[in-house]
Design a protein around this ligand. Sequence first.
Ligand code: CP
Ligand code: NVA
Length: 302
Amino acid sequence: MKRDILSILDLPDLMEVLDRAVELKSGQTTGRELGGKSLAMIFEKSSTRTRVSFEVAMTQMGGHAIFLSPDDTQLGRGETISDTAMVLGRFVDAIMYRAYRHTDMVELAKHSRVPVINALDDLEHPCQIAADMMTIREHKGRLKGLKLAYVGDGNNVSHSLLLGGAMMGMDVVAGCPDGYRPDAGIVAKAAEVAQGSGSTVDVVSDPFEAVKGADVVYTDTWVSMGDEEQVAQRKRALLPYQVNGELMSAAKSDAIFMHCLPAHRGNEVSDEVMDGKQSVVFDQAENRLHAQKAILLTVING
Ligand code: CP
Ligand code: NVA
């Protein structure tokens, strides 16, 4: 049976995926197991890290990646997602999809006979969170029992973090203003997962309360792709949630700062924190490559 990764919850074996990613990063294994395999990559939205890391991952593992944008495929001229899925499945071994709508992600997976990997939609960003968990474990030596604070907009990245952190037994707190809280259904699901792994999930309004005693402080853009018409109101509401030196000092003194990138310096994060010694954002970006190699090997080769 094919294995789709539409949510971080579709990686119940995340710890094994991380172990494999670490082996690939250290050079203990090469991952050159995808000779002759192809990955179609559909991008409805812009990307730097996701596009480059998936393409390099396929190349380094002996396979090939094909970049597809709706503008220059028939998707942009009205071919349906279901027909596209059925056609691509006849050519390639897996499909990576960055979509506006999670419903389109589900539709593509439903009609594709090859595995579909969610490379970000309006609900989740599972590949990012796999790399994030790898990065936290690399810097902290463990995941279970750590406190992870996400501050800012309750968006796709926050959703996968709440779920992924709970899966790994981390205490996850989101500090978000009213109107920008994570989806209530996701929070409820994360709380249920946390209960099973002996941790907690919480959403609070005060960013200092969220960050207090945290081992990891995480933020993301205030204006996700697709939210561009709300720039002014978002900046107003989210300004008190900027991760700056003052907010970081509420966390543990050895806390790390994370951001999925791209960062908007001066908005959700100050230069001082982005460039400071607690920041691990570029390790985090690099780990996209290693974590996605492990995910590709898992879904393509099992
Ligand atoms: N973090 C992330 O997904 O970056 P890109 O949008 O550049 O792919
Ligand atoms: N939340 C951001 C993440 C970008 C990688 C967005 O969806 O635009």
